[in-house]
Design a protein around this ligand. Structure first.
Ligand code: NAD
Ligand code: TDX
Length: 331
């Protein structure tokens, strides 16, 4: 099988490439990645002799078309992915997430290529803290931010290309991922690297917002399950029953690094900040037989902390520029 992975130099995409090379030696992997501030060739160093990396933009049809022509399956991770950036400058989100996905869809339509679209639970908006509900594939779309609205738009394009043009596509909407190679702008790596640097972790608002954490390895085994056994045109929600509020996560990072559990600061809130996400992944589990392997958030987080402690050379070059952006926002 020849696989084209978009966004394969980013957090989830690079972990997907590592897992694929490790577990599926028969798969030939080509990566298309623009290497934006969020993409890093160093994330692929361990597999560089096993994969082909093409630097290019998913919105550039002249780059995309010949790569899709050679592929049996396209797995589409590439996106602008950070909510805070989307509030400062939404345009790259429209361009990459919407126009980029459109460009890929036109190419897979032309070449009749199997397509798997990676998306987020944020397309469903948010839930109240005391709401017993969780997101299901039937939950109406109600995105809050420029990031989540452009991801929602991309999902709807995929659905329309399936129905109108018979494109062979599946969609997955996953909850918050954590693990190695995640950019230090994101919540968990930002706080781990802050603690390493002697900076107090920073919680938005009151720290009450809830995210449904899943280890990136579990996300990626689910993606492979859907590629192999998913029904065309279907949407699968990926989650591992990992609801935690942000305050608990910061306290756990402080505890696991031997700091006092209250050594953090509350900072100004993110505008429009979604309160809670929660995934019901029973369709994926019962229909396709997928199960997460990481059953302890505490253990997964401890391993992630160790990874950042051991891999400072990977994250250090991103850290100052990221904190400078946050300083401008007062967060
Ligand atoms: P990331 O920001 O770490 O990586 C994105 C990658 O896409 C980078 O390597 C970047 O260089 C590349 N890219 C950006 N614009 C591009 C363009 N125009 N052309 C080619 N490549 C481009 O993101 P991530 O956290 O790994 O997220 C990957 C996907 O998973 C995204 O589609 C995101 O919406 C989705 N997702 C993420 C999470 C999460 O918790 N991080 C959860 C659910 C879904
Ligand atoms: O310093 C911080 N302090 C803080 O309290 C940062 C960076 C974040 N937060 C809060 C905001 C959120 O409630 O932590 C939570 C997680 O924040 P992010 O890591 O920015 O993730 P989120 O906005 O939840 O979106 C993530 O999950 C869904 C990914 O970035 C998206 O790409 C994915 O679709």
């Amino acid at each position: 099988m020849h696989l084209l992975v978009t966004g394969g130099a980013g957090f989830i995409g690079s972990n997907f490439v590592h897992q694929t090379v490790r577990e599926r030696p028969d798969v030939q992997v080509t990566i298309l990645d623009a290497l934006t501030y969020a993409g890093d060739e160093a994330s692929l160093a361990a597999v560089s002799d096993r994969v082909t990396l093409v630097r290019g933009d998913i919105a550039d049809a002249a780059v995309v078309d010949p790569l899709v022509a050679e592929a049996d399956v396209v797995v589409h991770f590439a996106a602008e992915s950070h909510n805070d950036n989307s509030l400062t400058n939404p345009w790259p989100f429209v361009q990459t997430n919407v126009v980029g996905t459109y460009t890929l869809l036109e190419a897979v339509r032309r070449h009749s290529t199997r397509f798997h679209h990676i998306s987020t639970d944020e397309v469903y908006g948010d839930l109240e803290l005391d709401d017993p509900a969780r997101f299901t594939p039937e939950t109406p779309y109600n995105p809050s931010s420029p990031y989540s609205s452009t991801k929602a738009a991309s999902d709807l394009l995929v659905r329309a290309w399936v129905r109108s043009f018979g494109v062979q596509a599946t969609i997955s909407n996953c909850s918050n991922n954590y693990g190695p190679f995640q950019h230090v702008e994101k919540f968990i790596p930002r706080q781990i690297t802050n603690v390493i640097d002697g900076i107090r972790p920073k919680l938005y608002g009151k720290g009450e917002n809830v995210r449904d954490w899943i280890h990136v390895e579990d996300h990626n085994t689910a993606v492979w399950t859907i590629i192999e056994r998913g029904r065309i045109g279907e949407t699968y929600l990926i989650g591992a029953d990992g609801e935690e509020n942000n305050k608990n996560v910061v306290e756990l990072i402080l505890e696991l690094t031997g700091r006092p559990r209250d050594a953090y600061d509350l900072v100004s809130d993110r505008p429009g900040h979604d309160m809670r996400y929660a995934i019901d992944s029973s369709k994926l589990r019962t229909e396709l037989g997928w199960e997460p392997r990481y059953d302890s958030f505490r253990d997964g987080l401890a391993a992630t902390i160790e990874w950042y402690q051991a891999n400072e050379a990977w994250w250090r070059p991103q850290k100052d520029a990221t904190e400078a952006k946050y300083a401008e926002l007062g967060r």
